[in-house]
Design a protein around this ligand. Structure first.
Ligand code: SAM
Length: 284
């Protein structure tokens, strides 16, 4: 059957008495060109194992199965089990696990189902949990690349330049672990039901090493979070609120030694400057 034909999908869902759940971010693809394009951008080969979060009725899953050695899909909604059993019948390289991806040990599941192959993520992510899922993929360090459809606004935050309104702690986190590329936009009419916002497909390529040297990675991320929690404040004040063990003078001193003005806001610092700044704070 054609998994991106709206009439066929509606008939299939009606047959199983399925109703879309907003809280599970269920917007299924109904534009025939989109699943193939997303899977194509993931750069998959027979050697690869793919992790997909949220297969829905399997429109993207079948495209992944065509290209990769093995595909593991994790789906929260157990009501989709009989439908997926039907739509993925005969796909020998597909495995579906039911559960909450946020509460699952994803590396352990990948080890079990994808084995020794290189692992990549490819998915049309549920929008309500995009940020924690991307954070989990990146922090695990297990995935060579992550090719996902997400809300356009989140893609803009990921690719934002310092000094812009979209630049924030999530930008720094993603760019610490990966090099992002924005690939293409997908309009709301490509989904059933239609979401309110435009979507964007992005690819995050894992970095071999972080973009800068830091003496203490945990402290670096605490500095970044503190800077953006009070993003309208100058760094000495923002850090006084978020990292109270630091003296304002200590922060001003670190900025001066780096040749930065004492009233600069964190949103002006590049990832590399945040790294230098956190090292300088630790040095004294
Ligand atoms: N891949 C399908 C497509 O492109 O048509 C469906 C994508 S839909 C945007 C998101 C899917 O993620 C839904 O099937 C939803 O049930 C599932 N989902 C939502 N939250 C989840 C979670 N925490 N863990 C695993 N799957 C989840």
């Amino acid at each position: 059957m054609n998994l991106t034909n709206p009439n066929e999908i509606k008939a299939l869902l009606a047959e199983y008495g399925f109703r879309f759940s907003k809280s599970m971010g269920q917007n299924f693809l109904i534009a025939p060109w989109v699943p193939g394009c997303i899977a194509g951008e993931a750069g998959l080969t027979e050697e690869d194992g793919v992790l997909e979060i949220g297969p829905g009725i399997g429109a993207l899953t079948v495209e992944l199965c065509e290209r990769a050695g093995k595909v593991l899909s994790v789906e929260l909604d157990k009501r989709l089990e009989p439908i997926l059993r039907m739509t993925l019948a005969g796909r020998e390289n597909s495995a579906v696990v039911f559960g909450d991806a946020l509460k699952s040990d994803l590396p352990a599941l990948c080890r079990e189902h994808l084995g020794e192959r290189p692992w990549k993520v490819c998915a049309n992510l549920p929008y309500n949990v995009t940020t924690p899922l991307l954070t989990a993929f990146l922090e695990s360090g297990c995935f060579e690349s992550i090719t996902v459809m997400i809300q356009k606004e989140v893609a803009e935050r990921i690719c934002a330049a310092p000094g812009t309104g979209e630049y924030g702690s999530f930008t720094v986190l993603v760019n610490w672990y990966a090099q992002p590329s924005r690939l293409f936009d997908v309009t709301p009419d490509c989904f059933l039901p239609q979401p309110k916002v435009t979507s964007t497909v992005i690819r995050l390529a894992r970095r071999k090493a972080p973009p800068a040297r830091v003496d203490d990675e945990k402290f670096f991320f605490r500095v970044v979070r503190a800077a953006f929690n009070q993003r309208r404040k100058a760094l000495p004040n923002a850090l006084a609120a978020g990292l109270p063990t630091l003296e304002r003078e200590q922060v001003r001193g670190a900025l001066t030694r780096l040749g930065l003005p004492a009233d600069i806001r964190g949103e002006r610092l590049s990832v590399e400057q945040f790294a230098q700044f956190s090292n300088e704070l630790l040095a004294r």
